[in-house]
Write a new protein. Structure first.
Length: 158
């Protein structure tokens, strides 16, 4: 009986190890729980993507990468307090040319744009600001804890 109890405790410690080693920060989609956080954050990300798509042709997509694509917005949040550690939005684009010999020249571009989040900014406040804006305007609203909007942050990155 003691042997079984010792094996159960060891197995429990092995399972607990990776969870404890992960640290106190989680993806915003997992905050406060997977069920509650995923859909809410995804809706905010989609609103920002729609705004990006609306402005891309006249701004960010006029340069070398005319087909920039918003890939994924990720935010890291402290699981106990709801305070953001940071957010990063990734983008990809390409420029492809046909060569005289029938082959292609491909120039691929990838960007990781950090959003300037001030210390102490709560995820709840940021989500509320994005949710309050009309869907295609979320990219332009001033964000609590940021010096401006997401659009302004992207102009420095893209």
């Amino acid at each position: 009986m003691r042997m079984l109890l010792a094996l159960a405790l060891c197995a429990g410690m092995l399972l607990a190890g990776p969870v404890q080693a992960a640290g106190p920060y989680v993806d915003a989609r997992q905050y406060p729980t997977s069920a509650a956080g995923h859909e809410r954050f995804l809706a905010a990300e989609r609103a920002l993507e729609r705004g990006f798509d609306d402005v891309c042709g006249d701004t960010f997509c006029e340069g070398q990468y005319y087909n920039l694509w918003a890939m994924r917005l990720r935010c890291s949040v402290h699981s106990g307090s709801g305070v953001l550690a940071g957010c990063i939005w990734t983008f990809a684009g390409s420029d492809t040319r046909v060569r005289g010999d029938g082959r292609f020249d491909v120039d691929q571009g990838a960007f990781a744009c950090a959003l300037p989040i001030a210390a102490g900014t709560r995820l709840e406040d940021v989500l509320r600001a994005w949710e309050a804006a009309p869907v295609r305007e979320a990219i332009h609203v001033p964000v609590p804890g940021m010096p401006g909007s997401v659009y302004e942050a992207l102009t420095d990155c893209l």
